[in-house]
Write a protein that binds this ligand. Structure first.
Ligand SMILES: [Zn+2]
Length: 398
């Protein structure tokens, strides 16, 4: 009897999620439309919708104008029914935001990391979350975190995050204990892929790989609408794949890794050399303080036109093409999207990227993959962390 009750409750929960997901992805839909899409009976749908309306998750937004017969009342998800906190720990500043169910950003908070590591970095994460936690005009669904490193997302444990010197840190459980909210943690590039999938403003009918180029480089893989993290959570860790024999030393201890040639750090390193050796370059204006040249300075100089930088960016595109060829050969995805700090160089990167990918992968496969640049800008990991939470708590995007 108890098991029958439990299984009834499980079915009910499952159906409720299904109805909510259907309304969320449809935008606007009638009860009859939900019944058709879910194969649930109209009375079951009506009961669930009544509960969702009562709890404020869903709203009636008006009558359908087309269609034969009596016009049907349309339902839509109330985007502000719950707020979520999304956090991005991947850069030189920790960034977080309160977002609604549709990924609209309501409040932001930022902390400069300034090389804080270990416990000091953890305290800064808590400081950032304490600030965001103050915005309580809506109930919070939970917290999503995108961080560099190898993360066991099922337990919320950061196995290694080299930059932050975190080793087997139970970040998820620690934050759950403090805030008494659901907390999900994933690698930043993996989170970015989910962010692009749910909030990228495009419909991805096939599989999607996001290559995120920032201080490092990593990829996130969405297969059949679900984030694929790999059996040891390292799927998409392409940054330490060696692409240059006897290349530059990498912070992982190896040489010639992809991130030594494709990352904002690699680009800034080249820009410093250009500033010093090329008086014609717009970067030369910064020659007195080369150590302070940032990725943003380099992107600005690139836009003003600098042949030396153009060559550097074209080379980066070529190396990215090697990674893309590898991805295409293993996964044959419909879309590869470039995101991260260097995404503003997108179209220029894509030119040599596509060429280099086509030289290395089977033509038919390379032609079947669409290459593009994400429109989510610097917010992709924040939105990805929120998408992770939506995915885990409400079954959205998967
Ligand atoms: Zn490496």
């Amino acid at each position: 009897m108890a098991t029958e009750k439990a299984s009834h409750a499980r079915t009910k929960r499952h159906n409720k999620r299904l109805v909510f997901q259907t309304i969320y992805s449809a935008g606007q839909i009638s009860r009859a439309g939900v019944a058709r899409a879910t194969h649930l009976t109209p009375p079951t749908v009506s009961n669930i919708v009544a509960e969702l309306l009562e709890a404020g998750w869903v709203r009636e937004v008006g009558l359908a104008t087309s269609g034969a017969g009596k016009p049907a009342m349309l339902l839509s998800v109330n985007a502000d029914a719950r707020y979520l906190i999304g956090v991005d720990l991947a850069n030189s500043e920790f960034r977080g935001a309160v977002v609604n169910l549709r990924g609209n950003i309501c409040h932001r908070a930022v902390r400069q990391v300034r090389d804080r590591k270990g416990d000091a970095a953890l305290s800064m994460v808590i400081e950032l979350l304490d600030e965001l936690r103050q915005y309580t005009e809506r109930p919070l669904l939970g917290i999503g975190i995108g961080t560099p490193g190898l993360i066991d997302s099922s337990q919320g444990i950061v196995h290694t995050a080299v930059n932050l010197e975190w080793q087997d840190l139970p970040l998820g459980p620690l934050l759950h204990e403090r805030y008494q909210l659901p907390v999900y943690v994933a690698n930043d590039s993996q989170a970015a892929a989910l962010g692009e999938y749910l909030f990228g403003g495009r419909t991805y009918a096939g599989n999607l790989v996001v290559m995120k180029v920032g201080r490092g480089i990593g990829a996130g893989v969405v297969l059949n609408g679900k984030l694929y993290q790999g059996d040891a959570f390292g799927a998409g860790e392409i940054g330490h794949f060696q692409v240059v024999e006897r290349g530059e030393p990498c912070r992982c201890g190896s040489f010639g890794c992809l991130e030594t040639v494709v990352s904002s750090r690699a680009l800034v390193r080249q820009a410093r050399a250009i500033a010093q050796t090329n008086p014609q370059s717009p970067l030369h204006a910064l020659v007195d303080s080369p150590a302070e040249i940032t990725a943003q300075d380099v992107i600005a100089a690139f836009r003003q036109g600098d042949p030396a930088l153009e060559t550097a960016v074209a080379n980066m595109g070529r190396y990215l093409g090697i990674a893309a060829a590898m991805i295409v050969s293993v996964l044959n995805p419909q879309d590869i999207v470039i995101a991260g700090t260097l995404a503003p160089l997108g179209e220029s990167l894509l030119k040599t990227l596509v060429q280099s990918m086509r030289e290395r992968a089977l033509t038919r496969l390379a032609q079947a993959t669409r290459l593009s640049v994400s429109s989510l800008g610097d917010d992709i990991v924040i939105l990805g962390a929120a998408a992770l939470l939506l995915n885990q708590e409400l079954g959205l995007a998967g």
